[in-house]
Design a protein around this ligand. Sequence first.
Ligand SMILES: C[S@@+](CC[C@H](N)C(=O)[O-])C[C@H]1O[C@@H](n2cnc3c(N)ncnc32)[C@H](O)[C@@H]1O
Length: 277
Amino acid sequence: MAKKKVVKSSRSRGWRSASTSDRYELYELAVQGTEADCIFIDRVFRQRRNRSPHSLREDFCGTGLLAREWVTRRDSNTAVGVDLDQAVLRRGRERIATLPAAARSRIELKKGDVNEIRTAPADVLVALNFSYFIFRTRAQLLEFFINARMGVAAGGMIVIDAYGGSGSWATGEEERSLDGFTYVWHQARVSPITHDVTNHIHFRFPDGSEMRRAFTYVWRLWTLPEIKELLVEAGFRSPAVYWEGTERKSGEGNGVFKPSRLGEACEGWIVYIVAEN
Ligand SMILES: C[S@@+](CC[C@H](N)C(=O)[O-])C[C@H]1O[C@@H](n2cnc3c(N)ncnc32)[C@H](O)[C@@H]1O
């Protein structure tokens, strides 16, 4: 789970270890697929609005990788990232400092709670990699969507994601071998009664070292109908689930997400959900 990206190795394996690695860098490499996210956002916005989006707010931005990708895509693009964690924002700002000056002037990372901070309404507000699953009651998730809507311009959109499938109800580990390290998604606790889940990310290295519990998430595993209903309660319109197509040969996801009403009962899926303001 939490995987959207196949990393192509340009260096020989075995060059990383737990003590020399930065967990935020490994997270970006293993989990985030921001180029694909931006292409998706552009395509859906153009389809629905007949123009390109320019301003983006990234909630739960972490290091702001998506916001950075966004401002480098078009000279007219601007981005605001919001996160609570000063340490992760510092890391993000260090990366922003390496962008060309023109792009640097169009991005800002703000420290704050997504439910409290007020920003100029954006064409698109994104909250990806299931970050909003931290809200574990209906009232809390509704509050988040209501606050998020205040950050979206009239005619703008919210873009979030969700995961599920039969495998999301099982405990256990799933490994993926990447560029000099192994990414481990560990579903440690799953409650069928509360839908509360505890997931960890571990990183393992060729020298046998491990960064255990590099990240831990205590979430509610929300279902798609619940999310769509709460988006509408918060005032968003036309929530739609974008389901990933399947590569015929491998049976794996093909990275192409299209609106779907029914989906498919498979072991693991990740979707985008888009709703309009
Ligand atoms: C899973 S990371 C998401 C990183 C990145 N956006 C991504 O797509 O992978 C979740 C982030 O949400 C932040 N966070 C948690 N609660 C928050 C809140 N109420 N307001 C703002 N940020 C919050 C954490 O500090 C953490 O950096």
